[in-house]
Design a protein around this ligand. Structure first.
Ligand code: NDP
Ligand code: 8X3
Length: 258
C-alpha cells in the first residue's frame, strides 16, 4: 500500500505544489481546503497523471467540530497517515498595529494557530497508534524576524515555532518527527489574499527580485519527508537568494509592500 500524506491548504500555492510532488512520487493523498471544486479538480488531474489515490477532505480548519468530525471519520484505509503537512494559513492586511483590523487578526490566529492545532490534535492518535509519523508545519521567516506592519501575522508564525518545538519534545516517545519549514517570499496566492484581491498591490510584492515558487518549497518538504527514520530536520529556513531573512531584500526596483 502507498504511503499517505495529508495536506491542508492543498487548493493553492505551497500545499498544491506538495500535492503534485508527492503524487508524482507514488504517495496517496488526503487533500484539504475550503474550496471543494478545486479539491475535486486537483484529485481528477493528479489521478489521471500519476499512480495515486486521492481522498478529498473539504473543511475549514478553524471549525473545531468540522475538523474533528472529518478526521475522526476518515475511512480506516485513510487513517494510516504517514505525513501531515499543515500548509493552510494566511496573512490578512499589512497595517500598523493601531490601524489593523481586529477581524483580520482573529482570522489569522484562528487559522494559522488554532486551525493547525485542531488538525494536528485530530491526526495525532493515528500516528501515536502506529508509533510513527511526521508532522510538517509551514512556519515563516516572519516568525523569527518581526517586521513593521507584520504584527499579528508575525505573532502567529512565532507561535508555529513554539508549537513545532514543543510538539517535537512531547512526541519523542512516539517516534513522531516534527519539522518547521520557514519560507521567505513565495509567489502564490498569499499576497492576493493578504491584500484582499488587490492584484496590483499583490504583484508589486515580487517586483525587482525572483521569489521562490510553491514547487521550490515542495521539493524541500519532500526532501525532509523522505529522509531515513533516524533523521529529522527540526527547522529549515528557505528564502530566495535575494532575501537574507524576514526583513532584508536586495531588490532592483523595490516599490512593493513586501
Ligand atoms: P495560498 O494563499 O496560495 O494558499 C493558502 C492555502 O490555505 C489555500 O489552499 C487555502 O485554501 C488554505 N486555507 C486558508 N484558510 C483556510 C481554512 N480556514 N481552512 C482550510 N484551508 C485554508 O498561500 P501559500 O501557499 O503561500 O501559503 C501556505 C502557507 O505558507 C501559509 O501558512 C503561509 O502563511 C505560509 N507561508 C507563505 C509564504 C509566502 O510568501 N507565500 C512564506 C512563508 C510562509 P482555501 O482558500 O480553499 O480554503
Ligand atoms: C510570508 C512571508 O515575508 O510576507 O510568511 O511574511 S512574509
Amino acid at each position: 500500500m502507498n504511503r499517505i500524506v495529508f495536506i491542508t491548504g492543498a487548493t493553492s500555492g505551497i500545499g498544491k505544489a506538495c500535492a503534485e510532488k508527492f503524487a508524482a512520487n507514488g504517495y496517496d493523498l488526503i487533500i484539504n481546503g475550503r474550496r471543494k471544486e478545486r479539491l475535486n479538480d486537483l484529485k481528477k488531474e493528479l489521478e489521471e497523471k500519476y499512480v495515486t489515490e486521492i481522498f478529498c477532505a473539504p473543511f475549514d480548519v478553524r471549525n473545531k467540530e468540522e475538523v474533528f468530525k472529518n478526521i475522526t471519520g476518515f475511512p480506516e484505509r485513510w487513517q494510516t497517515i504517514d505525513v501531515l503537512i499543515n500548509s493552510a494559513g494566511l496573512a490578512l492586511g499589512r497595517d500598523h498595529f493601531n490601524e489593523a483590523d481586529l477581524e483580520d487578526w482573529e482570522t489569522m490566529i484562528n487559522t494559522n494557530i488554532t486551525g493547525l492545532l485542531y488538525v494536528t490534535k485530530a491526526v495525532m492518535p493515528f500516528m501515536v497508534k502506529r508509533n510513527s509519523g511526521h508532522v510538517i508545519n509551514i512556519g515563516s521567516v516572519a516568525g523569527d524576524d518581526m517586521y513593521e506592519r507584520g504584527n499579528v501575522y508575525c505573532a502567529s508564525k512565532s507561535a508555529v515555532n513554539a508549537i513545532s518545538h514543543t510538539m517535537r519534545v512531547d512526541m519523542l516517545p512516539h517516534h513522531i518527527k516534527v519539522t518547521n519549514v520557514k519560507p521567505g517570499a513565495v509567489e502564490t496566492e498569499f499576497s492576493l489574499v493578504r491584500f484582499k484581491g488587490d492584484e496590483e498591490k499583490a504583484s508589486k510584492v515580487y517586483d525587482g527580485f525572483t521569489p521562490l515558487s510553491g514547487e521550490d518549497i515542495a521539493e524541500t518538504i519532500f526532501y525532509c519527508a523522505t529522509l531515513p527514520p533516524n533523521v529529522c530536520i527540526n527547522e529549515l529556513t528557505i528564502t530566495p537568494t535575494t532575501q537574507a531573512d524576514g526583513i532584508y531584500f536586495y531588490k532592483k526596483i523595490g516599490k512593493g509592500e513586501g
